[in-house]
Design a protein around this ligand. Structure first.
Ligand code: SF4
Length: 336
């Protein structure tokens, strides 16, 4: 049985036509699913009863179930979703002045081993399929009754290691959710060859690099990916991405007490930003018991020093501090 959510572009039309339905039924079904958030053919009242019964014979609309929801006082909502094979993933709804954002997961677990991240503690299990990526938006829009305006691919997983499904997912955003690619941000820990591939896709999405350290020696201590790709190679890939897409790069920088928050770090970070024409998103540490990383006391000074050196920087607003809001934390606590 084929899941409606796995069809791309006009594939559903073709599939329905091959099975004896009129092509326009595809538009009706997509309208029910993506606009009205109706996931049962029986409720699609502009399709005859006979045809609705026939649809059950060739299609399903299968979404993960909601295993747990945590609601923060600041409006952030964290979802733990159970997939068809009982694996668990997280996604997070955040409300900002400029609109509603969803942070989605791209894999079940993660193999990248970043030392500060709860998502990697139990390793990697599998990639998420197109239907599971799209379902995160549908579930969150239905639950919150709010339209999502921005997507950040920053949840559990390394999106560039689920490359084909992610490219398909981005390709469906305009069609299915009316969203411009400029409102999509993909975050990677720095898979250099895939950044070149992504640049050549010409998608105009924003690229965020999980940098977190300014030289290879320091980066290797917290991010094993640094053994595969040097910062110099990463910066070259960023320059290529910017030149090909004209989309600004951002460096995600988790400011860790005593690890990467010194004056020398600022100096080296300024140089990297100037080379890559990047801006910096300083992230306060979300302290978790699985590691010893603590929030830096120098966050305002670090931010001020970047600005003084002409670097565009922001401090990420802390969201959902009263719930398990750090990436992978809810899934980890649920599976213990
Ligand atoms: S930070 Fe991202 S890439 Fe690194 S382990 Fe966590 S989910 Fe994986």
């Amino acid at each position: 049985m084929v899941n409606v959510l796995n069809f791309k572009k006009d594939e559903l039309k073709e599939y329905l036509e091959q099975n004896g339905f009129k092509k326009f039924r595809a538009d009706q079904i997509n309208n029910w699913v993506y606009d009205k958030k109706i996931f049962d053919f029986n409720e699609m009242t502009n399709i005859s009863k006979k045809e609705r019964e026939e649809l059950y014979g060739i299609l399903n609309i299968s979404l993960p179930s909601i295993a747990k929801v945590q609601q923060s006082v600041d409006g952030t909502v964290k979802f733990l979703l159970k997939l068809i094979d009982d694996n668990l993933i997280e996604c997070v709804f955040m409300s900002y002045d400029y609109g509603n954002t969803i942070c989605i997961s791209t894999q079940v677990g993660c193999r990248m081993g970043c030392k500060f991240c709860a998502s990697t503690v139990n390793g990697f299990l599998r990639n998420l399929e197109l239907c599971e990526l799209l379902a995160q938006i549908l579930i969150v829009e239905k639950y919150t009754n709010k339209k999502i305006n921005r997507i950040v691919l920053m949840g559990t997983g390394e999106p560039l290691y689920n490359y084909e499904n992610i490219i398909s997912f981005i390709g469906e955003m305009k069609n299915k959710f009316g969203m411009s690619n400029r409102h999509i941000t993909l975050s990677t820990c720095g898979i250099v060859p895939k950044i070149y591939d992504l640049a050549r896709e010409n998608l105009s999405i924003n690229l965020a690099i999980s940098l977190h350290a300014v030289n290879d020696e320091k980066r290797k201590k917290i991010m094993p990916v640094a053994y595969s790709y040097s910062i110099s190679e990463l910066i070259d890939a960023c320059i290529y991405y910017f030149e090909n897409t004209k989309r600004r790069i951002s460096f995600e920088y988790l400011l860790i007490d005593g690890m990467n928050d010194g004056d020398d770090d600022v100096k080296e970070l300024v140089d990297l930003c100037k080379r890559a024409k990047a801006h910096v998103n300083i992230i306060p540490v979300n302290e978790i018991k699985e590691n010893d990383f603590r929030e830096s006391k120098k966050i305002n000074k670090f931010y001020g020093d970047l600005l003084k050196n002409g670097i565009n920087a922001t401090i990420r607003q802390k969201k959902g501090v009263d719930i398990d809001a750090a990436c992978g934390q809810l899934r980890l606590s649920y599976s213990k």
